[in-house]
Write a protein that binds this ligand. Structure first.
Ligand code: NAP
Length: 376
């Protein structure tokens, strides 16, 4: 295992951090967590050198923290740092913040949380939380030793990220990042900004929730043609660890084989590990993915609301994602929701209001029909 540096915090986290959001249900198909399996996975990762665990109040129907707490008995707690998250929807004032943190400490069977993150913070929420005293709460909890570092995780647009990052003395930030998200959410700009400010960055969705663990034919052909053979997972993690600003890459594993594979990969990667040929390969891989785009919709939503409530941007986004990552349309939750809410392209009456508003001048009506014939 390679260890990185969180210079500002005086820590050396493992490059691979275990995400505790994706442990499977048991063999009966029940959605509850298979506790024994999850505990064994966590301990296996720690025995292999992982010293960073990421969980949250809400994960796995609020059971993830409980399982992490159980896994960290028998001397494992001392071997790791724990990151967990404040559920923003469940707290409304100082006393509920205190009550939730107390509950989390109980569930995690510990007297302190190392990294305490505001979960999925956006700018509006940050303003609201400042107004109810979140910064003072963080400082007080730090002083009392209940948390060590004040942090946030983020999924919004770059402008919000920049604002929140510059607005408070954060100890760490967690962002979604991978070679397909360089211009999405915080993106490369956000990563660099945090790096310039000396704020450690933890990466989530490094494999886009598993979507980059395989490769479509045109991408696989590029990997196959490269003289050194590596799996798509290894290329994705290698690309991330090549960035000096990255402190930890989280990966949510639900099989021992995946943990073993990741332990092997994260033993070989460090900042600056990729040469010019490898970087060129990854640029070509990005392009090959983008070549699979069905429609150049940017999701600006100028076309919406549709008078007949067709979710135009949602349909095009699902169409592109399904094509890019070879997904099964039946498994795409966004598309599922569109169908359940009856916002599908079958509702289009061809009035053309959307086409008149589209800054890209896309032939929306015709493309909605094309999309729906593949997605329905
Ligand atoms: N704060 C937030 O808002 C937020 C949001 C998302 C995630 N997170 C955190 O970040 C963690 C990481 O995100 P993520 O779970 O989405 O990570 P990810 O690495 O993008 O995706 C995890 C999935 O990748 C696949 N995988 C992992 N290692 C593999 C390997 N060696 N070979 C083949 N497949 C492999 C597995 O997919 P299969 O299950 O398909 O096998 C696994 O479930 C989460 O667990 C969670 O703790 C936080």
């Amino acid at each position: 295992m390679k260890y990185r540096s969180m210079k500002k915090l005086g820590l050396k986290p493992s490059a691979f951090g275990l995400g505790c959001m994706r442990f499977n249900g048991d063999a009966s198909g029940d959605s509850t967590i298979d506790e024994q399996k999850a505990i064994a996975l966590i301990r296996h990762a720690v025995d292999g050198g992982v010293n960073y665990l990421d969980t949250a109040y809400t994960y796995l129907n609020k059971t993830s923290e409980i399982v992490v707490g159980k896994a960290l008995r028998d001397g494992y707690r001392e071997k790791v740092t724990i990151a967990t998250k404040m559920p923003l929807g469940a707290v409304k004032d100082r006393s509920s913040m205190e009550a939730v943190l107390a509950e989390q400490l109980r569930k995690l069977q510990t007297d302190h949380i190392d990294f305490y993150l505001m979960h999925g913070l956006d700018r509006k929420e940050w303003e609201a939380f400042k107004a109810i005293g979140a910064p003072e709460f963080f400082e007080d909890m730090k002083r009392e030793g209940k948390i060590r570092f004040k942090c946030f995780s983020f999924h919004g647009p770059y402008e919000d990220f920049e604002y929140i990052l510059n607005d408070y003395d954060w100890d760490m930030v967690q962002i979604q990042y991978n070679f397909m998200d360089v211009d999405n959410q915080a993106g490369t700009r956000g990563l660099k900004l945090a790096g310039e400010k000396g704020i450690p960055v933890v990466i989530m969705e490094g494999l886009l929730g598993g979507r980059l663990s395989g490769a479509p034919e045109n991408v696989q052909a590029l990997y196959d043609a490269f003289p050194v053979k590596r799996s798509p997972v290894e290329w994705a993690f290698r690309w991330l660890c090549n960035h000096p600003e990255v402190s930890v890459v989280l990966s949510g594993c639900n099989e021992k084989e995946q943990i073993d594979d990741n332990l092997r990969i994260f033993d070989t990667v460090q900042a600056g590990v990729m040469d010019a040929d490898e970087l060129r390969l990854m640029e070509n891989v990005q392009k090959a993915y983008h070549d699979r785009t069905k429609i150049g919709c940017t999701g600006c939503k100028y076309c919406m609301p549709c008078p007949n409530e067709v979710n135009i941007a949602g349909i095009f986004s699902a169409w592109n994602n399904i094509s890019l990552y070879c997904l099964d349309p039946a498994e795409d939750w966004g598309l599922k929701r569109i169908k359940e809410n009856n916002n599908g392209a079958n509702m289009c009456i061809g009035c053309g209001a959307c086409e008149a508003a589209c800054p890209q001048q896309l032939p929306i009506i015709e493309q909605l029909r094309n999309a729906w014939s593949e997605l329905k």
